[in-house]
Unconditional design. Structure first.
Length: 75
């Protein structure tokens, strides 16, 4: 059985923004904005620090920050 190697790939950061409220249900209306090609060597704390700086520039309230990490599996 071969040994599997996990190779980190670039990540993507997604901002989920509250852009309004659904008039019928009262639920928040969410739009997302993504920033791709974040280097795999970037530290989570550094990504968070930059994200919070970007949050301050947004017109809308940020509901959630998501970081999608990808990896390649190889032998």
């Amino acid at each position: 059985m071969a040994t599997v190697i996990t190779v980190p790939r670039d990540s993507a950061l997604q901002f989920r923004l509250v852009v309004g409220t659904n008039p019928e249900s009262g639920a928040p209306t969410i739009n997302s904005k993504s920033f791709a090609r974040i280097k795999s060597a970037a530290l989570d704390q550094d990504i968070y620090d930059v994200a919070t700086a970007i949050v301050g520039l947004q017109k809308y309230t940020v509901d959630e920050l998501r970081l999608g990490k990808e990896s390649q599996l190889t032998e």
